[in-house]
Each structure stands twice: as C-alpha cells, then as structure tokens.
Design a protein around this ligand. Structure first.
Ligand code: MD3
Ligand code: FE
Length: 199
C-alpha cells in the first residue's frame, strides 16, 4: 500500500521477505569491510545510532562536524553499493542519476534519532530514498522549519520511503524502535538504508 504524509511517499511492504533477506546477506560483507561506528555530534555527544556507508562517499560526524568523505573514519574505502539496492532507487526515485552514498544506520535497543534536517548534500533537488529492515520504528515528520505540529508513522521491515520536493527539507527523526518486533536480524534491532546523491 501507498501512503502520502506531508509529501513523504511511503511504500508499505515494498520489499517482500525474500528481498529483505537478500539485502541483509549483501550487507554482511559490507559491515565486515566497513564496520559500524558511533558518530559523535559536533557538540561531542555520541549518537545512539551506529553507522557506516557504501558508495563513493559516506557520511561521517565527529568533533570537526558533519560531512561526506571518501573513506571510513578508520581509513578504508567504502564498499560499493550492491546492485539489488541500486535497483530499488532506479525503480522508485525517478532520476537519471544513481546515488553516490548509501548510509547504513543501525538501531540497537533504545537507539533513536532526534529531529533534524538533511542538509549536507550539495543539491536538495535530488530525492532521498529510505529502506527499513528489521524492527519497527516510529518515524516523526515535521516541517521545513523547527517546531510546529508533527505527524508520526510506524515504519516496518520492507517499507520504502521517498523524500522529494518540499519534503526533502522537512525535519524528521526516529522516536523509538520496538526492539525484538522483527525476526529479520538474528540479534534484533533495525537497519535503515538511505540512498542519497551527496555531490
Ligand atoms: C527526510 N534516518 O539517516 S529515514 C538519516 O530511519 C535519517 O534512520 C532515519 O533521518 C532512519 O538522516 C529516517 C527517512 C529519511 C531519511 C532521509 C531524509 C527521511 C528524510 C532526508 C530528507 C528528508
Ligand atoms: Fe535524516
């Protein structure tokens, strides 16, 4: 089913169980080559989400701030974005250009992500596409300025969200996950992939 919330195009159950399991298998060697790390914010606080990336660029955050860079914080190159993941973008993003970054967020028990805008990319006219895998997450959507009324929706494993147009600059965050609600990841938790054109 398809849902539109403030310009966010939400495709519930876009990926079936077999497609979700295939992506998890593809992520295994990526997480081995470019391990998840705990980014710290510019203010020095550790985020509860762990992250890594695939693609020519990855997103990092440390005492020097937020940015895209061509290597993992430990120095290794980011692994390539697997074709089955690129195919989701090619099917749904409606653009001529492939993403150069696949940010991989892992939410363990208690992890969340505060309300923020994604503004580190060079051109906001490209959409951002998100793939949810594993445990359910409460996704909150706000406005293009901080504050005001918000709306929330539960994202489940296999859901895909496309953020384009004015929604691209909306504040958004993950309030909480329902740890253990899915059996996709043997140790529980949630993985969110976001495909972006960063440069
Ligand atoms: C709206 N991730 O990585 S995905 C992020 O579930 C991020 O891990 C959340 O926010 C997560 O920056 C939410 C949905 C999402 C991703 C990117 C967006 C929504 C977005 C970029 C612009 C606008
Ligand atoms: Fe975001």
């Amino acid at each position: 089913t398809r849902l539109n919330l403030r310009g966010f195009d939400i495709r519930k159950g876009h990926l079936d169980g077999a497609a979700q399991r295939q992506i998890i298998e593809l992520l295994r060697p990526i997480l081995k080559a470019a391990p998840l790390f705990h980014p710290s914010t510019a203010s020095g606080r550790k985020m509860s989400v762990r992250m890594t990336s695939a693609g020519t660029l990855g997103w990092v955050s440390d005492g020097a701030g937020y940015r895209y860079q061509d290597a993992h914080p430990k120095g290794m190159a980011w692994p390539a974005i697997p074709d089955p993941i690129l195919s989701i973008w090619r099917d749904l993003a409606g653009t001529s250009r492939d993403p150069d970054c696949c940010l991989i967020n892992y939410y363990g028990e208690g992890a969340k992500m505060g309300m923020h805008q994604d503004k580190d990319e060079a051109d906001f006219s490209w959409p951002v596409l998100s793939v949810s895998l594993g445990d359910d997450a409460l996704f909150r959507i706000g406005n293009t300025t901080r504050g005001g009324k918000t709306e929330s929706v539960w994202l489940s494993s296999g859901d895909v969200v496309i953020m384009g147009g004015p929604a691209r600059l909306a504040y958004h965050g993950i309030d909480r996950i329902r740890f253990g609600s899915s059996r996709l990841l043997p140790k529980g938790g949630r993985i969110n992939l976001t495909l972006r054109v960063a440069t």
